[in-house]
Structure formats: structure tokens, C-alpha cells
Design a protein around this ligand. Structure first.
Ligand code: KG4
Length: 333
């Protein structure tokens, strides 16, 4: 099956053509990051406008690069949610228009499912599976008993982990996006400062907003008291605390679900070097589980993963019609 897909849930306008959930015939990603840098984060209204400006070019390029024509496409897939509503609308309207124009079936899929299925470009998924999604918009721990079932074990109760990295970087005047900058700085420091880790209600849920405020209060307190402190040590302390917030839950899930065959990671924060080290440590402790952190091209937002999610949804009988609407809070089910 040859699937054409569109992704526009946040600040990347992307389109791709994927054959049989494995062969990426084209994958075009137009990032808006250079524009959002000047605002210190993604501005939703600006992001939607840029999607409107870019989407036709990206669609055109994806078809051209695939070497195919619209007649060869069997299915159109689009991110329906979750994400920024104005941004999602642009992709959904484009997909609907293409589906009607070329008389193709189409499906709306969940962005988070896409991040999980992105691992199919790098490995064979093995079920039951534990999925960890960590990005600027999401932090979720997901149990999948098979390819088409998602159980959210835990999720963030406030900020996503990437958002916490970005906000802490802003406090430290490091610029946007903050994740890679804190990651680099943390390598030169030691996690010697104790920062708060407020307890989230569910046993697998995360919370990052108290930690973010804790960093701000730490800086204010040190400056008020004229006490010396090191930015590198604060970056390392924040990073270790934030990742432990996640990894205590991951370790608990592995203990509670001994049948798990594989653990996969997705989302922009999976680029983090300390997170990758922690996954390696887990892999050494659990040789019976296959741990997979795919290359960054699969981890960050792209449309190839939406093509795979579309084909799987279609195989399981999902179809959309012209009433399909973007859904900013779309649940994974
Ligand atoms: O998945 P992604 O590209 O897109 C959105 O969620 O929009 O993730 C972007 C997030 C940003 O918050 C960025 O700061 C974070 O991923 N990130 C990192 C690293 N690289 C990117 N966080 C920690 N360490 C990194 N090396």
C-alpha cells in the first residue's frame, strides 16, 4: 500500500510518501524553528500562518521526490490531533481536499501513535510493548498489548518534559530550543543541587511544573543571598531530576508488566544524551527486553510516521469522510 501523509500538529509542516509501512519514498519536513527562536518558543498563531504558507509547497515536493503521481497513491493520512488547533486544521483541510480531488480514501490519525509507529522504520515492533513519548508537547508512558491497542499508563499532569527544558533554558538565558543547550551544559556539571519533585496523583503520572519553578526559585535565592552557584551544575541537577521523574515510572512499569518484550522511545527529547545513557543502563539490567531509541530523523515530527499510522488504522477498518475535524485534545485509543 502506498500512503501519502501530512503532519502539521506543531511547528513542522511535513508530507511523506511511504510504501508498505517501511519504505520511505519521500519525507519532506519544513521546520519553522528559525521563526519561533526570536519569540523564545512556538507562537500558535504564527505557526498556523506558516503552515498555510508552506503546505502546498511541501505537498508538491513530497510527491515529486517520491517519483510517483497521485494515481499511485492508495490512501491519504493526516494528523487529526493532539496538537495546536489552528495548525492541525491546516493539515486536515489539505488532506480532505486532496482526498476529494483525487478520489482517495483517507484517515485521520493520532500524532502520538505516529511517534510510536515511527520505530517501525528502524526495528520490528514486538508486543506487549512499553512506549515512552517525550517531546515539547507530550510526556506519556504507554502500554500496547498489540499493534492497535493503546493504554496510557501515565502522562504529565502539567508541562511536557521538553517544555520544562525549554522554560528552564529561558530562566538561564540559554535561548530556544532549550533541550539541546541544557543537555550540553549538563555534561560539564554535576547534579549536586536538590530540586523539588512534586508528586503527581497517578502512580505512573509525571509532573514537571514544580521542578521548573524550583529552578527559578533556586536562582533567585542564590542571587539574593549572594551565594556562588554554577550554571553547569544547575543544568545537570535539573536534567537528572527531570529524567528520574520519568525513569522511576519506567522502572516501575517494567517491574509491574514482566511480559513486556520491547521498550521504545519517541519524541524530540529522545535526542537527550543522558536519556540515551539511562536507556542503555536499563537494557543492561533487562537483557530479555529489546530497547529501541531510533535515529533522530524518526524521533522528531515527520509525516512518514503518520503514513504508517494511517495504513495501520486503515487495515483495522478506520475510514474518514468530509466531516473529519481537527481535535487538539485527541485521545490515544
Ligand atoms: O518532538 P519535538 O521535535 O517537537 C515538539 O514536541 O514540538 O520535540 C521538541 C522538544 C523541545 O522541547 C526541545 O527542547 C527538546 O525536544 N529537545 C531536547 C533535546 N533535543 C530536543 N530535550 C532534551 N535534550 C535534548 N538533547
Amino acid at each position: 500500500m502506498i500512503v501519502f501523509a501530512i503532519e502539521s500538529s506543531c511547528d513542522e509542516t511535513a508530507a511523506a510518501v511511504v510504501k508498505d509501512q517501511k519504505e520511505v519514498l519521500s519525507s519532506v519536513v519544513s521546520s519553522q524553528i528559525d521563526t519561533h527562536v526570536q519569540f523564545g518558543g512556538v507562537v500558535p498563531e504564527v505557526a498556523s500562518r506558516l503552515h498555510v504558507e508552506n503546505i502546498s509547497v511541501v505537498i508538491d515536493q513530497a510527491i515529486k521526490e517520491s517519483g510517483l503521481s497521485w494515481e499511485d497513491i492508495d490512501l491519504i493520512s493526516v494528523t487529526q490531533g493532539p496538537g495546536l488547533i489552528g495548525c492541525l486544521h491546516v493539515g486536515v483541510q489539505a488532506a480532505k481536499t486532496l482526498a476529494m480531488l483525487f478520489d482517495k480514501p483517507f484517515v485521520g490519525v493520532n500524532h502520538l501513535a505516529g511517534h510510536i509507529y515511527a520505530n517501525k522504520l528502524d526495528t520490528t515492533l514486538q508486543f506487549p510493548l512499553l512506549g515512552l513519548l517525550v517531546s515539547g508537547g507530550n510526556s506519556e508512558l504507554i502500554y500496547m498489548k498489540d499493534e492497535n491497542s493503546f493504554e496510557i499508563l501515565g502522562e504529565t499532569q502539567d508541562d511536557a518534559i521538553g517544555e520544562a527544558y525549554d522554560k528552564v533554558a529561558r530562566v538561564l538565558n540559554l535561548g530556544y530550543p532549550g533541550g539541546p543547550k541544557i543537555d550540553k551544559l549538563a555534561k560539564q556539571g554535576k547534579p549536586i543541587y536538590k530540586l523539588p519533585r512534586p508528586k503527581a496523583p497517578g502512580e505512573y503520572d509525571f509532573s514537571f511544573s514544580g521542578l521548573k519553578s524550583g529552578v527559578l526559585q533556586f536562582v533567585k535565592r542564590m542571587e539574593r543571598n549572594n551565594e556562588p552557584w554554577k550554571m553547569e551544575d544547575l543544568a545537570a541537577s535539573f536534567q537528572e531530576t527531570a529524567l528520574e521523574e520519568i525513569f522511576t515510572r519506567v522502572r516501575k512499569a517494567i517491574a509491574d508488566y514482566p511480559e513486556i518484550k520491547q521498550m521504545i522511545v519517541g519524541g524530540g527529547v529522545s535526542a537527550n544524551s543522558r536519556l540515551r545513557e539511562k536507556v542503555k543502563e536499563l537494557a543492561a539490567q533487562h537483557p530479555d527486553i529489546d530497547f529501541n531509541v531510533p535515529p533522530m530523523s524518526c524521533c522528531t515530527d515527520n509525516a512518514a510516521m503518520i503514513a504508517i499510522a494511517g495504513e495501520i488504522a486503515y487495515e483495522h477498518g478506520r475510514r474518514a469522510d468530509e466531516s473529519l475535524s481537527a481535535d487538539a485534545g485527541l485521545e490515544l485509543q
